[in-house]
Design a protein. Structure first.
Length: 120
C-alpha cells in the first residue's frame, strides 16, 4: 500500500475543473482551423466585346476567395479547359466572369453559360 502525504492529497482534490477545461478550445474554433479552402466555383460566363483577347475579367472578392493571382482556368462542361490572364475588375459581379466575345464564340461557348473557374 502506498502512503500519500496529506499535502499531496489536498492538492489533488483542490484542482478546479473549470481551469482544466479552459485549455480545450471550443468546437467552433477547431472547425475554423480545419475549414477546407475553396479552390473552384461555378459561375456564369458573360461575353463582352470590350474585353481583350486572352483576358478574363473577375471581381476582386472572387479572385481573393479562389486565390487567383495572374492566371485563371475556365472549365466549360463538354469543352476543354481554357487558361486566361486574370484581370481584376470592380464592375464584374461576384457570381460571373467576363471574357472576349469572339474567342468564346469560336470555341462554342454561348453567353450566360455556366462554367467552373479556378486559380491556375
Amino acid at each position: 500500500m502506498y502512503v500519500v502525504s496529506e499535502e499531496a492529497a489536498e492538492a489533488g482534490k483542490k484542482r478546479d475543473i473549470k481551469a482544466l477545461v479552459a485549455v480545450i478550445p471550443p468546437a467552433t474554433q477547431l472547425r475554423k482551423r480545419e475549414g477546407p479552402k475553396v479552390r473552384e466555383k461555378r459561375i456564369r460566363v458573360r461575353l463582352k466585346p470590350d474585353v481583350k483577347e486572352g483576358e478574363l475579367h473577375v471581381s476582386p472578392s472572387l479572385a481573393e476567395e479562389l486565390s487567383i493571382r495572374e492566371v485563371a482556368e475556365l472549365s466549360v462542361p463538354g469543352k476543354k479547359k481554357m487558361r486566361f490572364k486574370a484581370v481584376l475588375n470592380d464592375k464584374v459581379p461576384i457570381n460571373e466572369v467576363w471574357v472576349n466575345e469572339e474567342i468564346m464564340k469560336e470555341r462554342g461557348v454561348a453567353d450566360n453559360t455556366l462554367a467552373t473557374v479556378r486559380g491556375a
